[in-house]
Design a protein around this ligand. Structure first.
Ligand SMILES: *[C@@H]1O[C@H](CO)[C@@H](O)[C@H](O)[C@H]1NC(C)=O
Ligand SMILES: *[C@@H]1O[C@H](CO)[C@@H](O)[C@H](O)[C@H]1NC(C)=O
Ligand SMILES: *[C@@H]1O[C@H](CO)[C@@H](O)[C@H](O)[C@H]1NC(C)=O
Ligand SMILES: *[C@@H]1O[C@H](CO)[C@@H](O)[C@H](O)[C@H]1NC(C)=O
Length: 151
């Protein structure tokens, strides 16, 4: 019986065609590297890439598996520092850099402008924050004057 089923399957390439995949899915802020085909055989694969400054999260290689594509990656947005927001929080970047763009997961180090100090003084690195899916929390500086001790 198994033999018969195998024979039937080999006589009907239709079942094989049903395992083919259509063009791989479109993803936001990225895409397939290299040329696209109209149809892909079971077991074939494509590689995804992300646009500049976007962080590739998940598998970059995606396989055609019995007519379906395996899980695609997502391209996470970068953080673009907002100078207005930095000024209103009395922040400057600790390290000078030309572009105010950071990738998802990057650590960003701020300093308070002169005369200001971080509110969260208990934290070991109050000026440090992480770019998270294009969003970042600016640390807060207060205008509390440093008290000087004269002995
Ligand atoms: C389809 O591809 C998978 C691997 O991606 C393989 O394990 C499987 O045997 C293939 N099936 C057929 C019918 O070719
Ligand atoms: C492929 O997708 C179809 C419909 O979405 C589903 O019925 C089928 O079980 C899937 N096949 C595999 C191998 O995941
Ligand atoms: C910066 O943030 C302010 C509000 O906090 C907003 O009005 C402004 O459009 C932002 N600038 C840019 C370039 O995104
Ligand atoms: C930042 O400094 C300005 C003056 O330069 C002040 O008006 C403002 O209140 C300060 N912002 C914060 C959050 O301390």
């Amino acid at each position: 019986q198994v033999f018969l089923l195998n024979l039937i399957a080999s006589l009907y390439p239709l079942s094989e065609m049903q395992q083919d995949c259509a063009s791989p899915p479109v993803i936001k802020n990225g895409g397939v590297l290299g040329p696209l085909l109209a149809s892909y055989k079971n077991g074939s694969w494509v590689e995804y890439g992300c646009q500049h400054y976007h962080f590739l999260d998940g598998p970059s290689i995606v396989y055609c598996d019995h007519g379906n594509w395996t899980e695609q990656p997502t391209c996470l947005e970068p953080c673009i520092l907002n100078v207005t927001d930095m000024d209103s929080n009395n922040l400057t970047l600790k390290w000078r850099r030309e572009k105010l763009i950071f990738l998802h997961g990057d650590l960003i180090e701020f300093e308070c402008k002169q005369g200001y100090d971080f509110l969260q003084t208990a934290s070991p690195s109050p000026g440090r924050t992480q770019c998270d899916h294009g969003r970042l929390k600016y640390p807060k500086c207060s205008c509390e004057k440093k008290t000087f001790m004269f002995i």
